[in-house]
Ligand binder design. Structure first.
Ligand SMILES: [Zn+2]
Length: 355
């Protein structure tokens, strides 16, 4: 991607790396003619809709309602006089929820190009209705063991085991899709290399989804549960940041500076979030009685940052929790984990075709 780095100078306007710390609802409305807004200073509520989607917010409340879903926020929107104000992290969340194309532009030799064209130049122009491949990324490997577990168990080993079972299940479930592993043995891969390998598979109409598999760790042996992450440039809380720093520790400055990390557009973001929700819901059902959900979270994982396709990261459970560590190495958990992911991907496949 060195040549790409020289060719493109990407400018993100407004949203992702904001110049201002907030956005008014009227400013948001002006971003696209398709955006409808309604505010009610009496009930202190505001509604934003775009196409068939709608988000309901309330003054001072750190969540919004989208359909039957409640999305938690790290800041609250509020009324300033009659103007409804969204702090940037809220604006980003609303925009990604509604799938509003954001003002991201790429400058190519001084000519402004839409980000999708920039992505297309990298990955070939078209995109089929449905994804044609799945990339499974077993976390860590080689000199990077990841988190330590009981009896010498290492996260890299657990991630590979879970990934191999997942690959086997996915091959059966999706005979028409290609299934790839970023590593099939105990080898070290740079974080940026993982998404680059996946991005290279995008040819012609082909696109895919990227799933990074990890195990969690905590100082407390009582911490338990699985988590599903999708990419955010604003980690929502300290807990996310802690996990993020740990997962990112083997990334070099080149990864951080990688031009691919800028290629986050509304579509990839929206689809990643959709995939994370489906994954969380299917895994919750399949793992019931084994490992419980800690929810869907947003974090700035380096391994997801470079992805040009919907990407999520799953922390399968806690290696530092003796019960979960022992469950995760067993076939029962591994099979159910794989089935949950397979079902979520099946549902995702139907949804993206109907979008
Ligand atoms: Zn990890």
């Amino acid at each position: 991607m060195t040549s790409a780095r020289n060719t493109f100078f990407l400018v993100l306007l407004g949203i992702l790396f904001p110049l201002h710390a907030e956005m008014s609802l009227s400013k948001l409305k002006s971003m696209s003619p398709g955006i409808q807004t309604q505010t009610d200073p009496l009930s202190l509520k505001a509604v934003v809709s775009y196409r068939k989607k709608k988000v309901l917010m309330a003054d001072g409340e750190k969540f919004f309602i989208a359909g039957a879903y409640r999305q938690y926020l790290n800041e609250a929107p509020f009324f300033r006089g009659t103007e409804f104000i969204l702090p940037d992290s809220v604006a980003e969340e609303v925009i990604s929820e509604l799938g509003i194309p954001v003002g991201i532009r790429a400058e190519k030799n001084g000519t402004k190009t839409d980000i999708r064209e920039a992505v297309a130049l990298e990955t070939k122009p078209r995109r089929g209705a449905n994804f044609s491949f799945i990339v499974i990324d077993p976390g860590h490997g080689g000199k990077d063991p990841g988190a330590p577990g009981p009896k010498g168990l290492q996260e890299k080993e657990l991630a590979l085991k879970l990934s191999v079972t997942l690959a086997t299940v996915l091959k059966k479930k999706f005979p028409d899709k290609k299934i790839y592993l970023t590593r099939g043995d105990d080898r070290f891969l740079e974080l940026g290399e993982r998404s680059r390998l996946a991005n290279k598979l995008m040819k012609g109409d082909n696109w895919g989804v990227f799933i990074s598999i990890h195990g969690n760790a905590s100082l407390s042996p009582k911490s338990h549960g699985f988590e599903v992450y999708y990419l955010s440039l604003n980690p929502e809380n300290e807990e996310s940041r802690r996990v993020m720093l740990r997962e990112n520790q083997s990334s070099g400055p080149a990864d951080v500076r990688s031009i691919e990390s800028w290629m986050l557009n509304a579509r990839i973001q929206t689809e990643s979030k959709m995939l994370a929700r489906l994954m969380n819901s299917r895994l919750s059902s399949r793992l019931e009685g084994l490992v419980s959900s800690r929810g869907i979270k947003r974090a700035d994982f380096a391994v997801l940052r470079g992805s040009l396709m919907p990407a999520i990261l799953v922390e399968a459970g806690y290696l530092t929790n003796p019960r979960e560590a022992s469950l995760m190495t067993g076939w029962k958990y591994r099979t159910r984990f794989a089935l949950g992911i397979a079902e979520a991907l099946e549902e995702f496949s139907v949804k993206v075709q109907n979008e």
